[in-house]
Design a protein around this ligand. Structure first.
Ligand SMILES: [Zn+2]
Length: 356
């Protein structure tokens, strides 16, 4: 581990989180896992306790290719552990969350649509060999569902759906207290449910998927395409510079009341609401939690997606209590806390303590 270079990327941020003492030291006796969140846009590592507290976290943009991203993840992990020697010497394991498809049993990433060059990357083996700790991999949305179930579940419900809306869209489902997935152990691919028959091309190769409309990248792409159509006389180079907005920038403009940004955002949230309804109709949970970068938008901008009865009552809930639909309580820590849950779930003798 001493040979791992320390990253000097100026975009990294180190933040002290809940559970740290005022001088930044870890409360003694606390055990943590190293949590690794592999996102298409953002990479994050953190130290997460068995009660779901992120002690320390470090993030960087995904450099866009697998070798550089792996180097960044490893160097950030090493730097994080260097700064917390007390926790580093007492780590329980490593949890990794990544978009699917994955070979979970063998710890491999299998060319996810948003990480196309991650072809059979042996992620768990790499971290296990470098850090000498038991290492576990799971789908990032299943990880989000697990973390929500353990630590963001004051009603202690047993049926929960977690939908992550970031670069892509994923979903994790817990029914009867157990995560469910496809036969390969991957999460539920809600993002590739068709919203519009024969609609826009999706990264998965099909057309009209929800992910092609309301993922962070798609909210941005659709807006920027519209900008180019509205202003055809502006040279592409100028347009690239001035009108290539991220979904967060579109949300900021919508928040300021810019009409076109606001209309685009509200349309996107209506589409997302229809997708969330599909998840409720499929699984009938008591609780649906949304997380991911898009859900970091101001509360009033997210509300149209979460107000699930806008389009009429849910058929599956006509004779029961309506489900609770809300954004994650983990905020920007959601990624690493989710990755932490992957490890705590598997570590024998250290079951996650559910929040009261
Ligand atoms: Zn698709």
């Amino acid at each position: 581990m001493e040979n791992v270079p320390t990253s000097t990327d100026p975009n990294e941020v180190t933040v002290l989180r809940r559970g740290t003492t005022p001088n930044g030291e870890t409360p003694s006796g606390r055990r943590a896992v190293l949590a690794v969140d592999v996102g298409a846009t953002k990479l994050a590592v953190g130290l997460v306790t068995s009660s779901g507290q992120a002690l320390r976290e470090m993030r960087s943009p995904n450099p866009g290719n697998a070798p550089a991203a792996l180097e960044s993840l490893v160097s950030m992990s090493a730097a994080l552990l260097d700064r917390d020697p007390e926790v580093a010497g007492n780590l329980a394991g490593i949890g990794i969350a990544c978009g699917g498809p994955l070979d979970i049993a063998n710890g491999l990433v299998l060319s996810p649509p948003n990480l196309p060059d991650w072809d059979k990357v042996p992620l768990t083996q790499l971290f296990n060999e470098l850090f000498g700790l038991p290492t576990y991999l799971d789908n990032d949305a299943t990880a989000g569902a697990l973390a929500s179930y353990y630590w963001d579940n004051p009603g202690k419900v047993e049926n929960l759906v977690y939908v992550t809306v970031s670069s892509g869209i994923g979903s994790g489902v817990i029914l009867g207290g157990a995560p469910i997935g496809d036969r390969n152990g991957n999460g539920a691919e809600l993002g590739h449910i068709p919203l519009i028959y024969d609609g826009r091309s999706c990264t998965c190769g099909l057309r009209g998927c929800a992910e092609a409309y309301v993922s962070g990248l798609s909210i941005s792409r659709r807006f920027n395409e519209q900008s180019r159509m509205l202003l055809p006389e502006v040279p592409q180079s100028v347009m690239q510079e001035h009108e290539t907005l991220t979904s967060a920038e579109i949300a900021a403009r919508a928040s300021r009341g810019e009409p076109r940004a606001l209309a685009h955002w509200l349309e996107s949230m209506s589409m997302l609401r229809r997708l969330l309804r599909a998840a409720l109709d499929l699984y009938g949970p008591e609780l649906l939690v949304v997380g991911g970068g898009v859900t970091e938008a101001p509360r009033e901008l997210l509300a149209p997606a979460l107000d699930i009865q806008t389009d009429g009552p849910l058929l599956s809930y006509l004779d029961r209590n309506a489900p609770e639909v809300r954004s994650t309580g983990f905020g920007r820590d959601s990624g690493v806390i989710s990755a932490g849950a992957v490890a705590w779930r598997r570590l024998a003798g250290h079951p996650p303590s559910m929040a009261n």
